[in-house]
Write a protein that binds this ligand. Structure first.
Ligand code: SF4
Length: 81
């Protein structure tokens, strides 16, 4: 399934089962990743957010939050983090 974030235009061929793989690929690339503390803090905010759907997708931008929160320079579209 092709996933394109409507906010940041991040594009990837991912589905739920391969999010971990995608995270590992990003970490191995030159992509700037959020540090572990920031990643966990962002995910906590997303997990309590009314805009998160059951698939782990942010309904404000269309990103899987496990990926959106992992990229250092990404921002929450609602400025919650
Ligand atoms: S990215 Fe922001 S708006 Fe989207 S689910 Fe996370 S906290 Fe909510």
């Amino acid at each position: 399934m092709k996933v394109v974030c409507k906010a940041c235009q991040y594009t990837s061929d991912i589905h739920k089962e391969t999010i971990e793989k995608e995270l590992n690929r990003l970490k191995a690339s030159k992509t700037s990743m959020a540090d572990d503390a920031a990643y966990e803090a962002r995910l906590k905010i997303c997990s309590d957010c009314k805009h998160l759907d059951v698939s782990g997708t942010c309904m404000m931008c269309g990103c899987y939050v496990m990926l959106r929160t992992a990229l250092k320079d990404n921002k929450c579209p609602k400025k919650y983090w």
